[in-house]
Design a protein around this ligand. Structure first.
Ligand code: ZN
Length: 276
């Protein structure tokens, strides 16, 4: 029999990124914590309204749209363990924070600047993030989230996916964007692996036919894997055929007029492949 587990989804505005709250009657687990402190504050309020202990915050990967809300969550839930599945993801998070500070991207989120001797008030990534070294997380009444981060580099260097048998739901995280332009400012090798893995997911999901919850955008069914695969193929064809960045932007916007985040995600993806 299925164990007690409920899912609440917080659809973030910035980057159209999602945060997922899993709960039973006695506990809550949060997955990812949004792109900015303001939205993370609303997320914290929603968790508090459940009036149950938040046992874990799992950060799926080292991209800022999934971890910049961490400081607010840490302040609101000081007892909660912030966890990642493996040391590489902790390194990705810390590395990205250092890089962001260097290019000025943390000026709007000063509390997320890394703690150093010169900046005592910064966020202590080293102390606050714990490596789980386990393949599962469980709610208090026993429902299990199966975690997998055994993937090669794709949208990011290391990424965690989640499967809940009780919900029959799969969370491919940033392998999937639904109705949102994916971040494709990555190496060609990453893109090749990404496409292969989408086909693999489709195969793996054939029998159970789980609901699919992407890292960005609305949930869907297993057709989302083909949808993302087609998008990536269209992107590659567009990059090859376009002489300028503007031309590539126009083509992609024409192909995907309703996709969100063109100004940031598509813009940087195009710029990574077409010189100015
Ligand atoms: Zn993301």
């Amino acid at each position: 029999m299925a164990k007690n587990i409920q899912l609440d989804v917080y659809h973030g505005k910035e980057a159209s990124v999602n945060a997922y709250m899993f709960s039973d009657d006695q506990s809550v687990i949060l997955v990812d914590c949004l792109r900015n402190s303001e939205e993370a504050g609303h997320l914290a309020d929603r968790i508090k309204s459940q009036k149950k202990p938040l046992t874990h915050i799992l950060i799926t990967h080292g991209h800022p749209d999934h971890f910049l809300g961490m400081n607010v969550l840490k302040q609101q839930f000081p007892e909660t363990r912030i966890v990642v599945t493996k040391p590489e993801i902790k390194n990705d998070i810390t590395g990205f924070a250092v890089w962001m500070e260097g290019v000025g991207w943390l000026e709007a989120e000063p509390a997320m600047k890394p703690k150093t001797a010169a900046n005592e008030k910064g966020f202590d990534y080293e102390a606050h993030i714990e490596v789980l070294n386990a393949g599962t997380l469980a709610l208090a009444e026993g429902a299990v989230l199966e975690l997998n981060s055994d993937y090669a580099a794709s949208e990011c260097e290391h990424l965690t996916t989640i499967y809940s048998k009780d919900l029959n739901a799969f969370f491919p995280n940033d392998f999937c964007y639904y109705g949102v332009h994916p971040w494709l400012a990555v190496d060609k090798n990453n893109i090749d692996y990404w496409k292969t893995q989408l086909k693999e997911f489709k195969k793996q999901c054939e029998v159970q036919n789980p609901k699919i919850y992407p890292g960005h955008g609305q949930p869907g069914d297993v057709s989302v894997f083909d949808e993302v695969l087609n998008y990536i193929e269209n992107f590659e064809a567009t990059i090859t055929a376009s002489k300028t960045r503007a031309e590539a932007m126009d083509t992609m916007k024409r192909l995907y007029p309703n996709h969100q985040q063109a100004d940031f995600l598509l813009f940087h993806s195009v710029n990574a492949f077409i010189p100015e």
